[in-house]
Write a protein that binds this ligand. Sequence first.
Ligand SMILES: [Zn+2]
Length: 215
Amino acid sequence: MRWWLWRDRGYDPKRLIVHHAGFAFEGWPKPRLDDQADIMRCVMLIINEIDSWHLKKWPSGFGYHYVIGNGNGIPEGMIVQIRPDEKIGVNAKYHNHDSLGILMVGNYQVDKIVPDLQYRSLMKLCANLCIKYHLDPRANYEGRHSGKVQMGPMISGHRDWPEHRTNECPGISLYQTLPSLRGEVSKLVLMANQLPPDQTNLAKPMDLEISVLRV
Ligand SMILES: [Zn+2]
């Protein structure tokens, strides 16, 4: 990845876009879960592979902000941040300027089940980002870019956006979970907003373990 080409956004992200890798990485090295160095070695194999796909298409490389493991290579439910939130990603053409891209490892056009821990991490990550950036998980996003009105769910799948309707991403089985995901995220955000009165009224993001890859 060529992090020196990542551009600053200059304002907070305004929507979340969920993707799948279209590839399950079956048979890729699985780390020993008690060995942090081994975990990071296996994580880097996957990250570098996806980076190489992206480098063929655009110069800045790895286009998503977050990756969530499915248990092949990246442990199931592990959240890894690649691009910082404040950098513009490359995750959906015409929609990169104000979005964060979240990649679920797997091929959910083929695989029927989204692993439980992976789904839960997606839910918690979306909740944290909604709290942090004051996004309503059930709301519709409405924006304008290059003279065009853009409308879609605040927590969307890649194919929700007009120029990407023919794209399979994030795969049928993951896409079908998004309505209930929005409901679950909404509950988590509501809970975070009900902090005891002696605390600040501002909701705080939940404790969430995110491995940040320094590139
Ligand atoms: Zn996608």
